[in-house]
Design a protein around this ligand. Structure first.
Ligand code: ADP
Length: 296
């Protein structure tokens, strides 16, 4: 595809009925109500953990506001072209495409909805993903055109939401959920990031952003709580150096947390909705909410 053409004409919404990625079994959106909660970090580590134990994995970085998956995954070579299409880059066993490959560095991008739509559409139609068990999509934070676009272009297996445990972030989780409700996407679970900090010297545990909010939110909404990830300087260092912690230090506490979440996610997805532990649909879940989620 050469380059993403954000200025291209918007496609007629709702007209794309053809499955653009027939070789991909499960498409999972990784979302967050707001920026900075660690969504991309979680997407990168989960992608690697899934690839290590659960199947073939692709990671699409659709976060136009901060496309930092290439840096976090240590991708040094941009994707190559083959027969007018793009071969995804590959790192740590994961196939990777990112908006970051096509944007000039250090540029603040202000994209309108149709441009986001067009770029994501190209990432499906013009990239040679091949056969994949999982394609994770790192969405821009919040609720916007990317989420809507995704649900129009491909059948999503569901969305996971990353949050920090404090009140203000949990409010955003609920907002994000109602957006997924509008486009009929099942919510696969909540991941609580930056849950607690364990002092490397004395071992004391500090709950910097409060305690257990993600779990309570999941409980109230009746959706799976997939797990909590501690705050750990090694996670940040892994992101900065292109060596996700599940690769850099696979037996560390945070790496084990990511691997446990990957296992739960794989189990959740392999249970088809309607059989046994079905994936609840958001509409029915939101009916259960009588009052806003609170930390108490
Ligand atoms: P988002 O995608 O939600 O904007 P990022 O994944 O880019 O957030 O994370 C923001 C920053 O926080 C990055 O520098 C990342 O390395 C760091 N970070 C994310 N999760 C953790 C964590 N659990 N412990 C320490 N640093 C983290």
């Amino acid at each position: 595809m050469g380059e993403v053409n954000p200025g291209g004409m918007p496609q007629g919404r709702g007209q794309e009925t053809e499955n653009l990625i027939p070789g991909v079994k499960d498409v999972i959106a990784v979302s967050s109500g707001k920026g900075g909660v660690g969504k991309s970090t979680v997407a990168a580590n989960l992608a690697v953990a899934l690839a290590q134990s659960w199947g073939t994995v692709g990671l699409m970085d659709a976060d136009i506001y901060g496309p930092n998956i290439p840096m976090m995954m240590g991708v040094s070579k941009p994707p190559e072209q083959q027969d007018g299409k793009l071969l995804p880059a590959e790192s740590h066993g994961v196939k990777i495409i990112s908006m970051g490959f096509f944007m000039p560095e250090e540029t603040a991008i202000v994209w309108r909805g149709p441009m986001v739509h067009k770029a994501i559409q190209q990432f499906f139609g013009d990239v040679l993903w091949g056969e994949l068990d999982y394609l994770l999509i790192d969405l821009p934070p919040g609720t916007g055109d990317a989420q809507l676009t995704l649900s129009q272009l491909v059948p999503l297996s569901g969305a996971i939401t990353v949050t920090t445990p404090q009140e203000v972030a949990l409010y955003d989780v609920r907002k994000g959920m109602s957006m997924f409700q509008k486009v009929n996407v099942p919510l696969l679970g909540i991941i609580e990031n930056m849950s607690f900090f364990v002092c490397g010297h004395c071992g004391e545990r500090t709950e910097i952003f409060s305690h257990g909010g993600g779990e309570r939110a999941a409980e109230k909404l009746g959706i799976p709580f997939l797990g909590r990830i501690p705050i750990d300087p090694a996670i940040r260092a892994g992101g900065d150096t292109g060596l996700p912690i599940v690769v850099a230090n696979p037996e560390s506490r945070p790496a084990r947390a990511f691997k446990d979440i990957a296992a739960k996610l794989a189990a959740t997805i392999s249970t088809p909705a309607g059989e046994g532990q079905s994936v609840p649909r958001i509409e029915s879940l939101l009916k259960k909410i009588k009052k806003p989620i609170s930390a108490g």
